[in-house]
Design a protein around this ligand. Structure first.
Ligand code: NAD
Length: 477
């Protein structure tokens, strides 16, 4: 989405970077080194499909190699272009630094409408694209590790992992060449839900600080908060589902490609998603809500929390002044342009920035990569030992009470819950929760601790740029 007078996505990220770096004590040389994108590889390849050769254009951009491997998703969309891939790669650098995953930033994309091809054709195209990147080490467990993004998911990641394994038959760490794989192909429990889960954990952490909540002119907890979500794909669906089912939020509108669904009493997210699955990804005709054809207009409706979770640039200079939500959570990458950010800040809107809000995906990708390199499932060694120690304690308490003649009973369900050792999913969620809390605290320390920092985005940039700078300095730059 490009509105005239608006900087491009890449320029928008750089302008946000510049705002932060102005408040930091950094040499212009180092500042420039961090800002620039190190390299972008463009590939055009042909695949024989439906009796003729189709040519596709793809990109893999590496923003910063201050840590390796570099990491970032692969996007499938017709709108993919070099500017977008580079902006997304830069965001990956800052995101990884903010949530302390030991990676540099990268991103990839293929100009394709994934809905235009059947599964077998998509597999041929994906394998060919992967082949081009693998032979240049742009997919490699130690150098460059992709993940899913818009238009891709577990299925594509499994094809990429298999393609790498075919081309590197003796690489014992081959599975670590890509994350977001299905569990049966070397993936990890909880990766599919991770980005949406991270949005939920991030919001929970925000609501733990009443003074932060007050800055957004809100009060109380997440319970009863009215939410509008844009995009019911991987990120939007999970965020909306968890916030409504587990935190008492009401999703009053969902904006999708074919308009919006509105229900003031709150939408049943699972039901809407099932409907879309049965109706070719379309929401129109869903019986328990009003359908509005002009979906984007719903971004401007009154609500407590607006969660853009589809694509970049949707809140821009043309609609920012009319946005009524006092709190915006950037679940998508770059949904608010630089110009819109200025307008919203002037209005006092609090924005939880993308590099934090959607970092759950890369965090759990990091866990998956570690799992692949260690060749063992998380919890496999400790789980039963942990359970055995808990049983010991409970049995001892029961023995003591019998011996002393005290009659007490544990509350129902306590024993079961306490005795159960953590499996992979619980450990992944716990690691993600800890990451989202710690990163939020680092941001808010800068937000509240410095008078010259007005917003969470600048705070987030300051935290991550300082970390990237520290790594470069220790390399002697
Ligand atoms: P997805 O392809 O699963 O879902 C995107 C959804 O947005 C789809 O349902 C699509 O129909 C909808 N959509 C497309 N154009 C729209 C429009 N104009 N208006 C309303 N809805 C529209 O993609 P995703 O993986 O959920 O990614 C969404 C955003 O989150 C992207 O910005 C991506 O970069 C970011 N992100 C994703 C992950 C991840 O783990 N998948 C991690 C971090 C950030």
């Amino acid at each position: 989405m490009h509105v005239s007078g608006e900087p491009s996505f890449r320029e928008s990220v750089d302008l946000m970077f510049n705002r932060a770096v102005k408040l930091m004590d950094m040499s212009p040389g180092l500042e420039q080194k961090i800002r620039v994108c190190n390299s972008t590889y463009t590939v055009r390849f042909g695949v024989r499909l439906r009796g003729k050769i189709e040519t596709f254009t793809g990109y893999r951009s590496v923003h910063s190699e201050h840590m390796e491997p570099v990491k970032g998703g692969i996007r499938y969309a017709l709108s993919v272009n070099q500017n977008e891939v580079e902006a997304l790669a830069a965001l990956m650098t800052y995101k990884c630094a903010l949530v302390e995953t030991p990676f540099g930033g990268s991103k990839g994309g293929l100009c394709i409408d994934p809905r235009a091809w059947d599964e077998h054709e998509l597999e041929q195209i994906t394998r060919r694209f992967a082949y081009e990147l693998i032979k240049r080490d742009l997919i490699h467990p130690a150098q460059n590790v992709p993940a899913p993004d818009m238009g891709t998911g577990e299925r594509e990641m499994a094809w990429i992992a298999d393609q790498y394994a075919r081309m590197n038959t003796t690489d014992i760490n081959a599975k670590a060449c890509v994350t977001g794989k299905p569990p049966h192909a070397g993936g990890i429990q909880g990766r599919v839900e991770a980005t949406g889960r991270g949005v939920q954990y991030g919001l929970r952490e925000f609501f733990r600080y009443p003074e932060d909540v007050a800055k957004a002119k809100l009060s109380g907890s997440l319970d009863g908060k009215r939410i509008i979500v844009q995009g019911l794909g991987n990120v939007g669906y999970h965020a909306a589902k968890f916030l409504s089912e587990e935190d008492g939020c009401k999703v009053i509108a969902i904006i999708e490609r074919d308009g919006a669904l509105v229900n003031d009493a709150g939408l049943d997210i699972e039901d809407v998603r099932q409907w879309m699955n049965r109706h070719d990804g379309l929401m129109a005709g869903y019986p328990d809500a009003k359908h509005v054809a002009d979906g984007a207009a719903l971004l401007e409706e009154a609500c407590d929390i607006l969660i853009p979770a589809a694509l970049e640039g949707v809140i821009n200079m043309s609609n920012a002044a009319r946005i009524k939500a006092p709190l915006i959570v950037e679940a998508a990458n770059g949904p608010v342009t630089f110009g819109a950010d200025e307008i919203l800040r002037a209005k006092g809107v609090v924005i939880i920035p993308d590099m934090y809000a959607n970092a759950g995906g890369v965090t759990v990708s990091y866990f998956e990569w570690v799992k692949n390199l260690s060749h063992i499932r998380f919890g496999r060694m400790q789980r039963r030992a942990e359970e055995a120690r808990h049983i010991l304690l409970v049995e001892e308490l029961e023995r003591l009470s019998k011996e002393k003649g005290v009659s007490w009973t544990m509350s129902p369900g306590f024993k079961d819950k306490y005795l159960r050792g953590a499996g992979e999913l619980e450990l992944v969620r716990s690691g993600l929760d800890d990451t989202m809390r710690t990163a939020y605290q680092a941001m808010r320390e800068v937000w509240h601790g410095r008078e010259d920092v007005e917003d969470l985005r600048v705070a987030a940039y300051i935290v991550s740029i300082s970390r990237v700078a520290a790594t470069y300095r220790s390399k002697g730059l």
